[in-house]
Write a protein that binds this ligand. Structure first.
Ligand SMILES: Cc1ncc(COP(=O)(O)O)c(C=O)c1O
Length: 398
C-alpha cells in the first residue's frame, strides 16, 4: 500500500541506537562487553532437559515462582525486604516501565523525570503520549527542591499533579550521578505528600567501581503504604539478550501490571536459565568481573578524553556504563555525533536524553561494549572531529 496511515507513536520512535555501521567503534549504546558474555550452556541444558513443561509452555503472568524467590534473595543484599507476591518478572526493566505506564498513565498525564534522563525511557513514555515534567540534577542527584516547588505550583493552580516519577538513582544514565540519602528521603516524602509513585530503575547498582552504596529507595519505602516500584534487570549483570527483569511493588500493583502483559507470560525458558544462574555462585563472581572490567573501560575513556578532547567537561562516574560530557557552548552535539559517525565512531548527542528543552552541547558516551584500546581509538577519532568543528566555528565567527 502506498501512504500508510501510521499512529502517532510510530512517528515518535526514531532511529535505533542498536543499528550500527559495519566496523564502527560503538560508544553510543550500553551493550554488554562480548568477552564477558556468560557461558550458559549448563543452565540452558538444565532448562531444556529437566523443566520442559515449565520452559516450553506459556508461563505464569507473574513469572516462574523459583525466579521470583531468587529475586527476593538477590535484593535482600541491598536491604530490600519483600516476598514472592511483591515480584513480577518481565522481559527486562524497559518492559516493566511500559507495564507500569499502562497501569498508571493516561494519554496527556505528565510523568516526572530528571533532565536529562534515560533516552529509551523517554521513548517509552512518549509512546504513552505522556508529557514530561523535567527536574534538574546536581552532584547530590535529583533536585527535590525544584520538584517540590513545581508540584506546589501545580496544586495551587488547580492543575493535575503527576502520578508517576521515573528515576535512575544509582549511576544515573546518562549523567552517572548517584542521588544522596537525604534527597532519596525527600523524594519519598514528596511522593507521599503529593500522591505519586516512584519508579526506581536500578540496573547499575552492582556495577560499582568505588564509593559506598546508598540505600535503594525501595529499602526506604514503607511496606504498608508503599510508594516505590523498583525495576531490576539482568541486562547489565549477566546478558541483555536473556530479556529477564523484574518489578518489585505492592502485590496489588504488580498484579495489575502482570494483567497488562499481552504475551502469555514472558519467556519461561530464559527465566529458568536465570534462576539456575542466580542459584549458584556464578552470578556474584560474574558481577565482580563485569565491575572490574567496566572500571578499566571508564578509566580508558576518561584518560583519553583528557588527552584528545580536553575541552570536554566530564565527571568520571563511580559505576555504571555511561559517561556524560559537556562541550564548549559553540559546539553542537548533533553535528559532532553525526560527523563522528561518518568517521567510524558512534556516540549519542545529548539531545536524545532530554525530555523537553535541551542544551545543544552535550554528549553521551557508553564505555561498556568495546575494550580499552578501542575506546582510546574511538575517542582519538572523536577528538579529531571535534578539533575540525572547532576550527570551522572559529572561521565562521571571524
Ligand atoms: C537506565 C536503564 N534502565 C534499564 C536498562 C536496561 O533495560 P532492560 O532490562 O530492558 O534491558 C538500561 C540499559 O541501557 C538503562 O540504562
Amino acid at each position: 500500500m502506498s501512504g500508510y496511515r501510521y499512529a502517532t507513536r510510530a512517528e515518535i520512535l526514531g532511529a535505533s541506537i542498536y543499528d550500527h555501521e559495519p566496523d564502527a567503534i560503538v560508544l553510543n549504546s550500553g551493550l554488554a562487553y562480548p568477552p564477558l558474555l556468560p557461558d550458559v550452556i549448563r543452565e540452558a541444558t538444565e532448562a531444556a532437559r529437566s523443566h520442559v513443561e515449565e520452559t516450553l509452555q506459556y508461563g505464569p503472568l507473574m513469572g516462574i515462582d523459583d525466579l521470583r524467590d531468587e529475586v527476593v534473595r538477590f535484593v535482600a543484599e541491598d536491604e530490600v525486604r519483600c516476598s514472592r507476591e511483591n515480584i513480577l518478572i518481565t522481559y527486562g526493566a524497559k518492559n516493566a516501565l511500559d507495564l507500569a505506564l499502562r497501569v498508571f498513565v493516561e494519554p496527556g498525564d505528565r510523568v516526572i523525570t530528571t533532565r536529562p534522563t534515560y533516552m529509551t525511557a523517554l521513548q517509552i513514555i512518549r509512546s504513552h503520549q505522556a508529557p514530561v515534567l523535567d527536574i534538574g540534577q546536581d552532584n547530590e542527584g535529583f533536585l527535590t527542591d525544584e520538584l517540590e516547588e513545581k508540584l506546589k505550583r501545580l496544586r495551587a493552580n488547580g492543575e493535575p499533579v503527576p502520578k508517576l516519577l521515573f528515576d535512575v538513582p544509582d549511576f544515573h544514565n546518562p549523567t552517572g550521578i548517584t542521588t544522596s540519602l537525604p534527597r532519596r528521603r525527600k523524594m519519598l516524602e514528596l511522593a507521599r505528600e503529593f500522591g505519586f509513585v516512584i519508579l526506581e530503575d536500578d540496573p547499575y547498582r552492582r556495577v560499582r567501581f568505588e564509593g559506598e552504596p546508598v540505600a535503594p529507595l525501595k529499602a526506604l519505602d514503607d511496606d504498608a503504604e508503599s510508594v516505590v516500584i523498583s525495576l531490576g534487570t539482568v541486562s547489565k549483570i549477566l546478558a541483555p539478550g536473556l530479556r529477564v527483569g523484574w518489578a518489585i511493588g505492592a502485590p496489588e500493583v504488580v498484579k495489575r501490571m502482570s494483567r497488562q502483559k499481552a504475551d502469555g507470560g514472558s519467556n519461561p525458558f530464559t527465566q529458568r536459565m536465570v534462576t539456575e544462574l542466580m542459584r549458584g555462585n556464578k552470578l556474584s563472581k560474574h558481577i565482580a568481573d563485569i565491575a572490574a572490567q567496566m572500571r578499566l573501560h571508564r578509566d580508558a575513556m576518561t584518560e583519553s578524553l583528557r588527552e584528545f578532547l580536553p575541552d570536554a567537561g566530564v565527571r568520571p562516574p563511580q559505576g555504571g556504563y555511561f559517561l556524560w560530557a559537556t562541550l564548549p557552548s559553540g559546539i553542537d552535539g548533533d553535528t559532532l555525533a553525526a560527523t563522528a559517525r561518518k568517521h567510524g565512531v558512534e556516540v549519542s548527542s545529548g539531545r536524545l536524553s532530554y525530555p523537553n528543552e535541551y542544551p545543544r552541547n552535550r554528549l553521551r558516551l557508553a564505555f561498556s561494549f568495546v575494550g580499552p584500546d578501542h575506546i582510546r581509538e574511538g575517542v582519538r577519532a572523536l577528538g579529531g572531529v571535534y578539533d575540525d568543528l572547532k576550527k570551522q566555528e572559529k572561521n565562521n565567527g571571524v
